[in-house]
Write a new protein. Structure first.
Ligand SMILES: [Zn+2]
Length: 234
């Protein structure tokens, strides 16, 4: 990844074996140019310049969506999402597990918060989503893989930065733990989207056609993720 600047626009370039270049606004608001190996730097600069108003417009939209980003406080009653539903937090004194979902409440070990380090509380949630996600997403993957007609090798749920999921050339799939905060229907869309990348690496019409075969209303789910994605955090 190479950092570049064109007038007031800072962006990063990542080159790969793709046919065409495009520009995307990442989940953290950074600008990324995805380019083929062969395209010269000047062509990329020209493209950024030509797309200047598109970039401004999309950055403004990104700011609007992220204005609703939630700043969590780890105190009693605070809501946390799991599979699209909000569960209130209950701080408990005697619990062996750091975090449990019990009787409609997220029960968090009080010590984790008392020590004042919210990192420990965040980690407890992350670990919870990773362990539940490994089971559930594997199950969804096993359900959808035959429908898409592919056979992924393995799956991993972890921190993935700006991506909801990724697909490696050896057939391993990774999913962001934050997927587990979204409703099941959205997780299914992310799973099918990733499986369809086994057929097509880029987001061409042929790719979306594959997604459409399995999830005909994928457009609504894709839009839900675009609008609500920033709110999925702990
Ligand atoms: Zn994709």
């Amino acid at each position: 990844m190479i950092a570049k600047q064109k007038n007031d626009i800072s962006y990063q370039v990542v080159r790969s074996r793709r046919a065409t270049a495009d520009i995307v606004i990442e989940r953290d608001g950074s600008i990324l140019v995805r380019a083929p190996e062969s395209i010269p730097d000047e062509r990329i600069e020209d493209m950024v310049e030509a797309k200047r108003y598109w970039i401004y417009k999309n950055l403004a939209e990104w700011r609007d969506l992220n204005a609703t980003r939630v700043l969590r406080e780890y105190r009693n009653g605070e809501g946390f999402l799991y599979l699209g539903r909000s569960y209130r937090l209950l701080l408990v004194a005697n619990q062996t597990e750091p975090l449990l979902l019990k009787n409609g409440r997220f029960c968090l070990q009080r010590d984790l918060v008392d020590e004042g380090a919210i990192e420990a509380a965040k980690t407890a949630f992350r670990d919870y989503y990773i362990s539940r996600g490994s089971e559930r997403i594997t199950q969804r993957l096993n359900y959808y893989a035959p429908k898409v007609g592919v056979a992924p090798h393995g799956i991993d749920v972890r921190e993935l930065g700006n991506r909801w999921a990724s697909c490696s050339p050896n057939g391993n799939l990774a999913f962001h733990w934050k997927c587990m905060m979204a409703p099941q229907s959205i997780i299914d869309y992310i799973v099918v989207h990733e499986l369809c990348h086994f057929h097509h690496l880029d987001h061409t019409d042929a790719f979306w056609n594959e997604v459409d075969k399995v999830i005909p209303n994928y457009g609504e789910r894709k839009e839900w993720l675009r609008v609500n994605g920033a709110g999925l955090d702990v």
